[in-house]
Design a protein around this ligand. Structure first.
Ligand SMILES: Nc1ncnc2c1ncn2[C@@H]1O[C@H](COP(=O)(O)OP(=O)(O)OP(=O)(O)O)[C@@H](O)[C@H]1O
Ligand SMILES: [Mg+2]
Length: 276
């Protein structure tokens, strides 16, 4: 059974507006899928469809086999946690801990369990000391951490991060991605990471590229990033390591394309010793 499956899904924001003509995507339980695509390609629309904020015009979306329809919306939402781009639309309570607890309270988690989840979620995003702080006084990045904690506290089986770390500095971004990665590896949480940081996509089991409402590339990150020219046509950059490998080979050093630093280092060392 798939964690989430889009089958022949079509959607549009109205006549003449942006549309998703046909989308098929199946994500297995425990899988970590990165979604790439330039601005306006439909990534957030995909996330909104996945937790029922938007309704498909055709086709079906199922979560662990349950159809995402009106009748099952509440049940399905408990399993799909989405963190969106803008934290301001996501905070509901004025005090940090209440905000983090809100979602978990709403799905009826027991009191003690909620207290435990708040502790876990706040520490996971590095915000434990702000537990009693006022949300509106926090910086954008801190608000976003609180929003992420709120979804973590829900313990969703599927977590969708829609460019949720874009407001954070590189260190903050890495902290969040590490937490998500750990939950994915240790608790089998299914992760869909929408990002324009291609380096983050390297961590995924699988990546898809969206363009104009369609999935135009699918594969492992290594497979996707090996298709340089195609990526360029979709306005996507290469990870830095791929750029370095490319430059080296343009400069006459025959290094095999790799996305792992250690392997690239070995390749270079091998090449240099051949020449000496
Ligand atoms: N509520 C809406 N009504 C009408 N059009 C919309 C609406 N929301 C988004 N769109 C349009 O749909 C297209 C896809 O938007 P979407 O937000 O899914 O893209 P995205 O890939 O997430 O982009 P970004 O990288 O900028 O976040 C865009 O052209 C956008 O202008
Ligand atoms: Mg978006």
């Amino acid at each position: 059974m798939y964690a989430i499956e889009f089958k022949d899904v079509a959607f549009s924001y109205g006549e003449g507006g942006f549309r998703i003509p046909k989308l098929d995507l199946a994500v297995k339980e425990g899988e970590f899928v990165a979604v790439l695509g330039h601005n306006g390609s439909g990534k957030s629309t995909l996330a909104r469809l996945a937790n029922g904020i938007l309704e498909a015009e055709r086709g079906s979306i199922t979560v662990f086999g349950t159809p995402l329809d009106e009748k099952h919306l509440y049940e399905v939402r408990k399993q799909v946690g989405v963190v969106f781009q803008n934290p301001d639309n996501q905070t509901v309570a004025s005090i940090v801990e209440d905000d983090v607890a809100f979602g978990a309270e709403n799905v009826g988690a027991p009191r003690e369990e909620i207290a435990r989840r708040i502790d876990f979620a706040l520490s996971a995003v590095g915000m434990s000391e702000y537990r009693h702080a006022t949300v509106s006084r926090l910086s954008g990045g801190q608000k976003q951490r609180v929003a992420i904690a709120g979804v973590l506290a829900l313990k969703p089986k599927i977590m969708i991060l829609d460019e949720s770390t874009a407001m954070l500095d590189p260190r903050g971004r890495k902290e969040i991605v590490d937490v998500v990665l750990r939950l994915n590896r240790e608790e089998k949480m299914t992760v869909i990471l929408i990002t324009h940081f291609v380096e983050e996509a390297l961590l995924a089991d699988r990546a898809i590229v969206m363009n104009r409402g369609e999935i135009v590339m699918r594969g492992t990150p290594a497979e996707i990033f090996a298709r340089h020219e195609e990526l360029t046509t979709y306005n996507l950059a290469l990870p830095r390591i791929a750029v370095i490998a490319q430059r080296l080979s343009e400069g006459g050093m025959s290094v095999k394309s790799t996305l792992e630093i250690e392997k690239l280092a070995d390749e270079i060392a091998g090449e240099l010793s051949c020449g000496s």
